[in-house]
Design a protein around this ligand. Sequence first.
Ligand code: ZN
Length: 149
Amino acid sequence: MDIWARWNKQTRKCHYDLCFALHGLARGPIERGDPVIIGRSKKLTAAGMRTFNYAWHPDCWLAQAMDHLTSIPESERVSPRGRRPVAANLEVRKRRVSLLQKRASLNHRQVKAALAGDAVRVLALEAEKQSLIPLILETGPLPKRWRVE
Ligand SMILES: [Zn+2]
C-alpha cells in the first residue's frame, strides 16, 4: 500500500475502525482542509486490477499502526542477528563439530591415498565417511557437502 499525507479536498469518513471509540462522537469525518493520511492499494480481483483508496485522521492512522505493532508478541518483534545455531544444546553442538572434523580428516587421508594410487584405501575411507552420516543426522540436518549423489 502507498501511504501519503495531504490536505483533505472533500469530507471523508475515517477508515480506522476505532475512530469513534478513540475520540467519541465529537470526532466527525475528516473535513475539507484538514490534514489527512491517504492509503492506496491495488488488488487483483476477478474483475481485474482494482484500486482501493483509504483515508484516516493522522492520529487515527498512527493509532492503527500502534495497534498492529503491539499485537506482535514481544519475543517476535526483533529477530536476532547472525546465523542461528544448528542445535541449542552445547553438548550436541560439540558432538557435531567433532564429526565435521573427523570427516575433514578422512577427506584429507582419502586425497593422500588417491594421490598414492591406493584405490582400496580410498574406498575404505569412503565407507568410513558414509558411516558418519547417521551420526551427524542425530545432531541436526545433513550439511550440504555431506550429501551423497
Ligand atoms: Zn479517525
